[in-house]
Unconditional design. Structure first.
Length: 239
């Protein structure tokens, strides 16, 4: 598989792009690329392009943009709202959510949230790495955390919000999801679930749809990817 790299700049035939220190280290020291080796680059808006490597001394690389090889594709408008959890499991949600086609990540703070700390720069870096490795042509947007009540207060009524409800009777979610199309939101609560006040508030909104994820109580990261996978398979871009 050809090396892919996200480049945050304009891409067009004939353009010459000077790589930053981290990009140079990755191509030059980690992958040990040589002059005229080919890589694929994308910027999230202009498709994917073939580029050739040109060393400028021992510590600098230019990329010559040669030709477009893929037109831009934008994933469906899926927002994953998840209660902030321990760092390694947040990393798992960002990485796998990017692979599965999340367009926007929205961390939330609820009554039972374990940690209010969220490293947005690290999350953005992880999403870029996941996009590079999975042939994705855009980079998801990652938002700063907000409270659950603030999230619901600002919610667009035209976007259905599916939320994992531990108290809902165990029935198949297929019929509910089959009638929903993008834009859509997916909401996963903290371990310990939503408080009774929060659940009642969720149930009072006409844009929410409670979903059961089966007879077992899932961890937040497992629930996030389970509901996301269900949506993508039934109504998303796997369908």
């Amino acid at each position: 598989m050809q090396t892919r790299m996200y480049i945050n700049c304009k891409l067009e035939k004939g353009a010459i792009i000077r790589l930053n220190k981290d990009q140079f280290n990755y191509l030059g020291n980690v992958l040990r690329k040589h002059n005229d080796d080919k890589v694929s680059v994308f910027n999230g808006i202009s498709g994917e392009w073939k580029a050739s490597i040109n060393y400028r001394g021992k510590r600098s690389i230019d990329l010559l943009i040669e030709e477009k090889i893929l037109e831009q594709v934008i994933v469906p408008d899926v927002m994953l709202c998840f209660s902030n959890i321990r760092k390694n499991r947040v990393s798992f949600i960002i990485e796998k959510g990017t692979e599965l086609g999340v367009r926007t990540f929205q961390p939330i703070i609820s009554e039972h949230t374990q940690s209010a700390s969220f490293n947005i720069l690290k999350a953005k870096y992880q999403s870029v790495q996941a996009a590079e490795q999975t042939q994705r042509l855009d980079i998801p947007e990652i938002m700063q955390p907000k409270s659950l009540l603030e999230l619901l207060g600002d919610w667009d009524n035209n976007r259905v919000l599916l939320f994992a409800d531990e108290k809902k009777a165990v029935i198949s979610p297929v019929d509910v999801i089959a009638n929903i199309s993008s834009p859509v939101g997916i909401l996963i609560g903290p371990e310990g679930g939503f408080s009774s006040v929060e659940r009642n508030y969720l149930m009072s909104k006409n844009f929410t749809r409670p979903i059961s994820l089966g007879p077992r109580v899932l961890r937040s990261d497992t629930a996030s990817l389970s509901l996301l996978t269900l949506y993508q398979a039934i109504s998303g871009d796997w369908n």
